[in-house]
Design a protein around this ligand. Sequence first.
Ligand code: SAH
Ligand code: SF4
Ligand code: F3S
Length: 447
Amino acid sequence: MSAPRKLWIKTYGCQMNVYDSERMSSALAAAGYEQGASPEDADLVILNTCHIREKAAEKVYSDLGRLRPLRAAKEAAGGRMQIAVAGCVAQAEGAEILRRQPMVDLVVGPQAYHRLPAMAERAARGDGPQIDTDFPEEDKFDHLPQAPKARRAPAAFLTVQEGCDKFCAFCVVPYTRGAEVSRPAARILSEARELVDRGVVEITLLGQNVNAWHGEGPGGRAWGLGDLVRALAEIEGLARIRYTTSHPNDMDDGLIAAHAEVPKLMPYLHLPVQAGSDRILKAMNRRHTAADYLRLVARIRAARPDIALSGDFIVGFPGETEADFEATLTLVREVGYASAFSFKYSARPGTPAADAASQVPEPVKAERLARLQSLLGEQQAAFQAGCVGREMPVLIEKPGRHAGQMVGRSPWLQAVHLAADAGLLGRIVPVAIEGVGTNSLAGRLVA
Ligand code: SAH
Ligand code: SF4
Ligand code: F3S
């Protein structure tokens, strides 16, 4: 019998890529691949890429450059290394990747991962480079097995929706992930039950526009994400439910009510607004105003007063003036975020804003980003400080860096470090918070 082939995957970008990498790895395990320890070691290297900003996309080419000598050394020694580019760069650039880096064997878009083992087989047979950037009709997840039980952590991702029809003027996602598609409720519920059987206690539902999810409940009743959350909450053994990323325009009454009525739904919501100026929001094609967003936040907080909000922001969108930018700061001050991600606008080929004449100069973007991040940093520090002295339920997720230490997760998505026995893995325990870091908390197990 030949030695098992080794696989090495590097994941860039969002949680949906993390989930996809896990499923690709399971599909390849079923085809006889084992996890390799390093790229040098691997017969198949997959780069699961992100196209959202220029830096993310270019990173792939520098990583490919680094793989070149490794592959040459391996071949010189009589071995083999196949190289696959998956994810959003694969979808956006397709054959262009082979032109820039001819040693790539496989280019596979996010909707074609179930075809990856067969593609690798064909390339290995000498059929030449394989490209698949189709958007097939079938649900790829029906053909991608789950990870083996032994590899399961207490918290898992579950993709319920993919793609986006919103076409924000800056964003590549509608092009790389395609049109909005919801997975059927029955499949999601059975996958969730399977995860819980494997020891999962916290599930994060994923989608590029997760709250646009829609489906059918029993008797053909129309379901929104709030209904799906309620159905998931009935699964015994599932203790916590989260979802990400949401669009403000898809936060419907049913979902807001679920935050008030479903205790398993965690009090943390990532709700990107991008900017605080109505003129810029309009140019971004966000289809909501700053006031719409603030009203929505007030309704969500009325439903779940202890909810912590996080957001995404872009500074230096084409045409953004100092006054527009200050409107973003004003909105941030009004909302008060527990955490946030903020970025300089990056022009992406093929998106409407990329060709706008009024691009904001790089130094102006950098200066605005620094001011925004300083305000967001203050808000995060205040939120963190407010946790000290409180007792909260913490899900113990993994061993910490030091012996006798474990790391868990607070209801508000903070990592919590504490002294605890490894036997508590997967349990939710009360912890008294005694100290804070930027994103993490330190605490003591309450007897
Ligand atoms: N589907 C999610 C997330 C999309 S990508 C949503 O709608 O919110 C994650 C974040 O990257 C976005 O929220 C946005 O803030 C940022 N982003 C997207 N395109 C960008 C670009 N061209 N330049 C800078 N940031 C961008
Ligand atoms: Fe991109 Fe906008 Fe769709 Fe989010 S809603 S994925 S930012 S186009
Ligand atoms: Fe990046 Fe694609 Fe996710 S562009 S953020 S990996 S959807």
